[in-house]
Design a binder for this molecule. Structure first.
Ligand code: CA
Length: 308
């Protein structure tokens, strides 16, 4: 019965980690499991393609225990955060670990901050990768369009974004997760992120484009980001990011988030040759000159050396 229960839990989690790649060394052998959390329009794994493309397997090869998660593709960071809290609790139960290291990409950065606040003593570190900390001009732009039309286009936006979220979650085997485009746009906007930061201030920089506190209540806070939009002529997502990146004007960004708006805790680096999707080694490993998988690997070693 216990095996069945664990099997059910693993099925619910859609864990990439079990039956993991054989560890070749202990370079990334963190004390606590690493939990990867996707962003807006994100997923765990679709048709064998992981959102964090090739990253979990690489970390496992270097000795880390890794779990990937799936929260609503399109929703508020509170709803997504609650979903993550449930999954982290399951991961703690299954792994027997006392804490986890949370790593979130894009909106996943807000999601993990919510979970860290909800699980005191259970989170060793919070790491934001190309994360939305001070909001995104793209969300601001879409909300301003809605306002300019007096809300006429809002149902169209909802239909498009919620529909896309449903398709993504369904393809990833989680079609029952709720989608709420307006809630997502709101929390990713500058005003919404500012309100979110008031509730979850840990690690948020208090100086313009500075670092935030590296450790808050014993939890390590880290971030990194790329600063390029177009990095690979073969990647069909580059022109889409170039279009989105236009919302930022001259402000340096990764296609979806301004560099200075991504800072959280100790800033590992913010000048990498990566765009928003390169940061998770997408699409299918088509990236720039920075190897995003190496950044995760080095961070696992950093967490290990920090005793996490
Ligand atoms: Ca790419």
């Amino acid at each position: 019965m216990r095996i069945i229960k664990i099997g059910l839990v693993l099925g619910l989690l859609g864990l990439a980690g079990f039956g993991q790649a054989q560890a070749q060394d202990t370079y990334g052998a963190t004390k606590y499991p690493i939990v990867l959390v996707h962003g807006l329009f994100g997923f765990n794994s679709i048709l064998g393609v992981d959102y964090f493309y090739g990253i979990a397997a690489d970390l496992q090869t270097h000795g880390a225990s890794v779990y990937t998660t799936e929260v609503s593709s399109v929703n508020s960071s509170d709803i997504r955060g609650e979903q993550l809290v449930t999954q982290v609790s399951q991961i703690l139960a299954v792994s027997g670990a006392s804490k986890v290291n949370l790593v979130g990409h894009s909106q996943g950065a807000q999601t993990i901050r919510y979970a860290a606040a909800a699980l005191p003593g259970k989170v060793a570190s919070v790491t934001s990768v190309d994360g939305v900390i001070l909001g995104s001009s793209v969300a601001d732009f879409v909300l301003s369009l809605e306002a300019a039309t007096g809300g006429v286009i809002t149902p169209v936006i909802n239909s498009l974004l919620n529909g896309l979220g449903l398709v993504i979650d369904s393809a990833s085997g989680q079609g029952n997760l709720p989608q709420d485009a307006q809630a997502s746009l709101t929390v990713l906007s500058t005003a919404g992120s500012t309100a979110f930061n008031k509730r979850f201030p840990a690690g948020v920089p208090t100086t313009a484009c500075g670092d935030g506190a590296a450790v808050v209540n014993g939890v390590g806070y880290y971030s990194w980001t790329g600063n390029k939009i177009s990095t690979n002529v073969f990647d069909i997502s580059d022109p889409i990011l170039a279009l989105a990146g236009a919302a930022f004007g001259a402000t340096p960004n990764d296609g979806l988030v301004a560099i200075c708006a991504s800072h959280l805790g100790k800033v590992i680096g913010d000048q990498y040759d990566m765009n928003h999707l390169d940061a998770v080694n997408q699409v299918l490993g088509l990236v720039g000159t920075t190897d995003p998988v190496a950044l995760f690997r080095q961070h696992a070693n950093r967490l290990k050396l920090a005793g996490n």
